[in-house]
Design a protein around this ligand. Structure first.
Ligand code: LMR
Length: 330
């Protein structure tokens, strides 16, 4: 019995162990994500796949699964920890079960624009956050960006009070829940892959997202009003599991990390362009009306949401919050 158990155990280890780079089987990296291919993250995953094939073909093979086709928001992190997928790029809003520090990215109106977010991501405090989930076997490789978030709804949202009584689809984040509570609205945590259906079925009447995601996922089919608030940003952490990443032979891992760096720069360049185009395309389709805010109108949204900074300071850490507050150019 003991021998049978040992045999079964060694067989299962063999099956789950990554192949060595100098063996016949290439190391397989399954990269799963929840958005469309023509988004900053979708394009980044495909570029990573292409560069790996060009530079490490034979040693490493990358398979990309977009649109929650392999795993979705509800199960992708557990799948990474079980070794069923090797790379993900979840929004930083989705890590609160592992660290509260990343909630800094969710604080509304903390960053003036994407350039400020990028400046923060280059700071040491931010780089430390890539290692903040080591105890959970989560290994941060890079920050990828999408764009600034806008609010959409079934009715015109011009003043903060207009959101009162509506239910908004949110990512799995307490800060985002509190953000809508501050408006007298309800928030429902719904995986990204189920968002459009939830909007179409009227389970929620509004949501927030970057232009690129709204367009690529067709949110305008259910959201006739989009208020350009730029109240927050949508950012990702490209992750692997520490155990998988450290198991890759050093030379191969170094090459992969160089590719990650190159792809990160491209994703972050693409983000602004794809959001600008997404905005044009969505508004051009004519299903949704744009609501732009005057200076004082936007200040009212900011005043309604800003109390969250203090509310979450202790959980996030005063040092992280302070580092983030120094990146705006005012
Ligand atoms: C969302 O859930 O709205 C986003 O995190 C989706 C994504 O990955 O861009």
């Amino acid at each position: 019995m003991k021998y049978l158990f040992a045999l079964l155990l060694s067989c299962s280890l063999l099956l789950s162990a990554p192949a060595l780079a100098d063996g016949k089987e290439p190391i397989l990296i399954k990269f799963s994500h929840v958005v469309a291919e023509d988004t900053p993250k979708g394009r980044g995953a495909l570029l990573f796949q292409r560069l790996v094939a060009e530079r490490l073909g034979g040693a490493v093979k990358v398979e990309v699964y977009p649109n929650s086709t392999l795993f979705g928001d509800a199960d992708e992190m557990a799948a990474l920890q079980r070794g069923e997928v090797q790379m993900l790029a979840p929004s930083v809003s989705k890590f609160e079960a592992y660290t509260k520090q990343l909630q800094v990215f969710d604080l509304p109106f903390l960053f003036d624009d994407l350039a400020a977010v990028k400046r923060f991501q280059r700071r040491d405090k931010s780089r430390e956050l890539l290692r903040s989930m080591a105890a959970n076997n989560i290994y941060g490789l890079a920050f990828w960006n999408n764009g600034m978030k806008q609010l959409s709804a079934t009715r015109e949202l011009r003043a903060p009070g207009d959101a009162k009584g509506l239910a908004f689809r949110i990512q799995s984040s307490s800060v985002l829940e509190a953000q809508f509570a501050a408006l007298g609205a309800e928030a429902k945590r719904i995986p990204f892959g189920e968002s459009l259906k939830a909007l179409q079925d009227g389970i929620v009447q509004g949501t927030e997202n970057a232009w690129s995601n709204m367009t690529a996922s067709g949110f305008d089919r259910a959201q006739p009003f989009i208020t350009e608030t730029n109240h927050g940003s949508l950012n990702y952490m490209l992750i692997s599991s520490s155990s998988f990443w450290q198991s890759i032979p050093y030379a191969t891992r170094s090459e992969l990390e160089a590719i990650v760096e190159e792809v990160t720069a491209q994703v972050n360049r693409d983000a602004e362009e794809l959001n600008r185009k997404g905005r044009e395309q969505l508004l051009g389709a004519g299903n949704a009306r744009l609501v732009t805010l005057g200076k004082e109108e936007r200040a009212a949204w900011r005043a309604a949401m800003q109390p969250l900074w203090q509310q979450y300071e202790a959980e996030i850490g005063a040092d992280v919050l302070r580092a983030a507050q120094t990146v705006n150019r005012r």
